[in-house]
Design a protein around this ligand. Structure first.
Ligand code: TPP
Ligand code: MG
Length: 566
């Protein structure tokens, strides 16, 4: 039986996933994954290399977990879902995989083609007609980089190799491979083809990089804007040296820890220094600024380093970049530092040093304001105070996943983490944190994992499914719900677009109040975990310490932090 299964294309798939470095296959099985389940069982029995399978009760959780795993491990990922229906259930997580540039191959069953009963895998259920679509790949077309169906068993291996190459080629992102049952059950490739390597990270054009350094060297008020530079941990100290050398504030969108949040040049994401900039350096930012909020002056010189400068997947992206250098910042930043040092004449160094003192003095009261909010007992500062208390409870190795929506800036300014220990999904499809936490915990089992989310985001994350997989896999984490009993983010625009409107006058913002209250602590217990509700920021520190202990013992713990209504 085992020999038979290992000859099938489905067995090639299991071996290929292991060989591509996929540690976990996040799966929700269906009628058409049977050959893969059989091959997985055979590989287990034989002790053959294979990824660990993670049963996910909802596909949104499966892909969120894969994204989290990648953010924490840097590895390519694989998800397997049931035909068109499972693909549709990926929902907003496929958008998150796209916008986070996650190298993930989504495998989906594909209804069998044939009714001929002498062909293995043939149709044997009414759903094989219902679940076949005119264009199954169309569901993902707007979000994926590439898709392909495996026509024959022996073609599976080269197609899977190609899929993993595509997803890991910059700009990275998801790919979709459809697996008809007949093909999975046909003989495989025999011998697996060699891995198709992704190209090495792009380096900057030397002349363009010198020009870019020159623009920064001559600027009076340079500002650095970053989003994900810290995904490569050694880039963090390099960026610190560049900012210190230039005396430039760092406007940090903080999808990762790009810059230490307690550094005097850290401007955070909220208090933008862009308005006074005469030169702006964009590093791995998807949306450099929001013109309606805080744009640099029209004559500011904007320069950029990114693997994907033009962002062609965003239809309207018309930021006035004077010099866009296509390069991976992990390669480009050390070269930029060198180029700046070469331009650092004693005269320039004096100017830059004086500017550094000036910028730090300007930012000092901003940092002081954040510390004041952390210590405040006022209702408006409750999120800051609660998050500062959370931060005090966290050990240095804890990894925080942030999906805090309108409290995002409060998390950014109050939760101080080392590089690699703060992950934001960097895209607006909510519901990432719960599934994401499973993936992060599987990738980094030694680290406590804490998801910080809004009450709305928590529910988008299909929490029953997420808690189930976390407990099944021994991947317990802590979830801290910033519970304002509200879709605050969906209420604010009603007020800002219609300040004198009917909704504002009646204090009635339709469908933004999450009442009646759900009992999240009880929900945690129903799913095999534990939970507590706290009414005051003063109780958060103790509750988070308790939750970390519960998670260390193998149970997920939810801390429901009741915040004042916004
Ligand atoms: C999948 C998805 N559905 C809907 C939205 C629209 N949306 C954006 S913010 C938000 C409310 C989030 O509520 P919560 O997590 O409690 O954060 P709060 O706004 O209260 O800070 C909604 C519904 C979205 N971004 N993603
Ligand atoms: Mg809320």
């Amino acid at each position: 039986m085992i020999a038979m299964a290992t000859m099938e294309a489905a067995a090639d798939l299991v071996a290929l996933l292991a060989d591509e470095g996929v540690q976990h296959l996040f799966i929700n099985p269906g009628t058409d994954t049977a050959p893969v389940q059989e091959a997985m069982s055979a590989a287990r029995a034989a002790g053959a290399p294979r990824p660990e399978t993670v049963l996910c009760l909802h596909e949104h959780v499966a892909l969120s977990a894969a994204i989290g795993h990648h953010l924490a491990s840097g590895r390519p990922q694989a998800v397997m879902v049931h035909v068109d229906a499972g693909t549709l259930n990926l929902g907003g997580s496929i958008h998150n995989a796209q916008r986070n540039r996650v190298p993930v191959v989504v495998f989906a069953g594909r209804a069998p083609y044939t009714t001929a009963t002498d062909v293995r895998g043939h149709r044997d259920s009414a759903i094989h007609w219902q679940q076949e679509q005119l264009d199954q790949a169309g569901v993902l077309r707007a979000f994926g980089k590439w898709h392909m169906e495996v026509p024959r068993g022996r073609e599976l291996a080269p197609i899977v190799r190609r899929a993993f190459q595509v997803v890991q080629t910059d700009p990275r992102g998801p790919a979709y491979v459809m697996l008809p049952r007949e093909a999975l059950m046909e003989p495989g490739a025999g011998e697996l083809p060699a891995r198709l390597r992704a190209p090495v990270p792009a380096g900057p054009d030397p002349t363009a990089l010198r020009q870019l350094a020159g623009i920064l060297a001559d600027a009076r008020r340079p500002v650095i804007v970053t989003g994900r530079t810290g995904a490569h941990l050694p880039s963090v100290p390099t960026l610190v040296r560049i900012a210190e050398l230039l005396g430039a504030p760092v406007a940090d969108q903080r999808d990762r820890v790009n810059f230490p949040s307690e550094h005097p040049l850290w401007a955070g994401a909220g208090e933008s220094p862009l308005r006074r900039a005469d030169a702006v350096l964009l590093l791995d930012v998807e949306v450099p600024w929001v013109p309606a909020m805080a744009a640099p002056p029209a004559d500011a010189r904007v320069v950029q380093i990114d693997v994907d400068c033009a962002k062609v997947t965003m239809p309207l992206w018309s930021f006035p970049v004077e010099l866009a250098v296509t390069a991976d910042t992990r390669v480009a930043l050390p070269q930029l530092e060198e180029a700046l040092c070469a331009l650092a004449t004693p005269e320039r160094r004096r100017v830059w040093e004086a500017r550094r003192i000036e910028v730090e003095a300007e930012l000092a009261p901003v940092h002081e304001g954040w510390r004041r909010r952390a210590a405040s007992t006022g209702a408006a500062d409750a999120p800051d105070a609660a998050l500062a208390a959370l931060d005090r409870a966290l050990p240095g190795d804890a990894i925080v996943i942030e999906e805090a929506v309108t409290n995002r800036l409060a998390v950014q300014r109050q939760v101080h983490r080392a590089p690699g220990r703060y992950l934001q999904h960097g895209s607006p499809a909510l519901g990432f944190a719960m599934g994401g936490a499973i993936g992060v915990k599987l990738a980094r089992p030694e680290a406590p994992v804490v998801a910080v989310c809004g009450d709305g985001s928590f529910n988008f994350g299909v929490p029953t499914a997420a808690l189930f997989s976390a407990h099944r896999m021994g991947a317990a984490f802590v979830a801290v719900i910033l519970n304002n009993r509200s879709y605050h983010a969906s209420k604010r625009p009603v007020l800002s677009l219609y300040p004198d409107g009917a909704a504002a006058a009646a204090r009635d913002f339709p469908e933004t109040e999450l009442t009646p209250q759900l009992d999240y602590a009880l929900l945690a217990r129903a799913c095999g975990g534990d939970g507590r509700s706290v009414d005051s920021p003063a109780d958060v520190e103790e509750a988070v310490r308790w939750a970390l202990d519960v998670a260390a013992g193998g149970q997920c713990a939810i801390v429901d932090v009741q915040l004042p209504a916004p």
